[in-house]
Ligand binder design. Sequence first.
Ligand SMILES: [Zn+2]
Length: 240
Amino acid sequence: MVRRLLLVLASLAALGAVPATPALGLHLSDADAVTVGMPSSATGASYAFETLLQGRPVRWDPCTAIHWRYRTSGQVVGGFTQVVKAIVRISRATGTTWVYDGAVTTAPTTSWLPKSSATRPPVLIGWATAARSDLLSGQSPNVLGVTRMAWFGVTRDGTTTAAIRSAVVALNQGKHLPLTGPVSWYTVVLHELSHAMGLAHAGSASQLMYPVIQPGLKDLQPGDLTGLARVGRAQGCIRL
Ligand SMILES: [Zn+2]
């Protein structure tokens, strides 16, 4: 009887030695902007990822719905419709599900992003001024939009698993663009949401993810779509 009790205690101690909840590290993407400027004929990579971990892009768990909110303060007339259209487009390109959680007046700033993996704020998208958003302050006057996202990673047995948990998209309220067509708010939001999904700037000027938005591009291009597919549902679920 005594012997059995000792065995149980020994196995409990062994269990206690295994970390129950490995620490999750927070990572923020660098501020990333799309601007208007001169046409380019650059022919670099057709897509790129913001962060690669062990050769794989950091992305959302595509099996969990991505919630989002919209800032009504400072919005462009007709802007909400274009944001919804862009979200539908990104949702189809990635196989992700997006859920609208309603309007807010909060400006899209870095402080919206989670400080720990315990919270998962919705993606916040909206127009703002440089005075209201740290994403836009200090940027070139040609900047149309800036996105920052937060991801968390955990390493177990030498394998790192990570997922994006939130993002903020700040659109420059001081710019006047058409709602649709080339160099429009629709294309700018597509560009920014592609950053939110984990894409970095493409080297090729024929893609919407080129850092200077190019005349003639009204929609995501083949390289953009390939990059988005590689951070999408087809790559499988992520369990942190
Ligand atoms: Zn960009």
